[in-house]
Design a protein around this ligand. Structure first.
Ligand SMILES: [Zn+2]
Length: 168
């Protein structure tokens, strides 16, 4: 009797603007993104775009844009996936017990859109404040570099003298 499930249970999808049908997700995501985010797939280690990234910024959910992790909690776990010792905030992710294949793992999903992100492991001995490893697929994330906020108006500094309001 196989207990392996290919489909995420539909009943756990949150109601609200982030709740979308598979049809809608398929239109918005690439097949690779869909497979990981909506089918709890796993990208191959050392192949994702962020496993070895040290750039400062915020990692947002690739499906819905919710901010999930920051570079401040990212650490080098050498496991081949981006690893964080904590989420950006409690409540930004949700946890599900995943006992597929006889492994007791905790699945991590985006709390906003219920997309699959990866798994969290504990007590592995990493020298981090929590000794947790949020092992997250690069393809589930999109890095928003910290510098981006500065790259706004090219005319900044071209200051026009502002008159005091005359009260007329
Ligand atoms: Zn999301």
């Amino acid at each position: 009797m196989s207990e392996i499930q290919d489909n995420l249970p539909q009943t756990t999808a949150p109601a609200g603007p982030a709740a979308k049908t598979d049809e809608e997700w398929r239109r918005e995501l690439t097949p690779e993104e869909f497979h990981v985010l909506r089918r709890a797939g796993t990208e191959r280690p050392y192949t994702g775009e962020y496993w070895d990234t040290h750039q400062e910024g915020v990692y947002a959910c690739r499906a819905c844009g919710a901010e999930l992790f920051t570079s401040a909690e990212k650490f080098d776990s050498h496991c081949g996936w981006p690893s964080f010792w904590a989420p950006l905030a409690e409540g930004s992710v949700r946890y599900l017990h995943d006992n597929t294949l006889g492994m007791r793992r905790i699945e991590v999903r985006c709390a906003s859109c219920d997309s699959h992100l990866g798994h969290v492991f504990e007590g592995e001995g990493y020298p981090t404040p929590t000794d947790q490893r949020f092992c997250i697929n690069s393809i589930s994330l999109r890095l928003r570099p910290a510098r981006e906020q500065d790259a706004g108006d090219p005319n900044a500094g071209n200051q026009t003298a502002k008159d005091q309001p005359t009260g007329a």
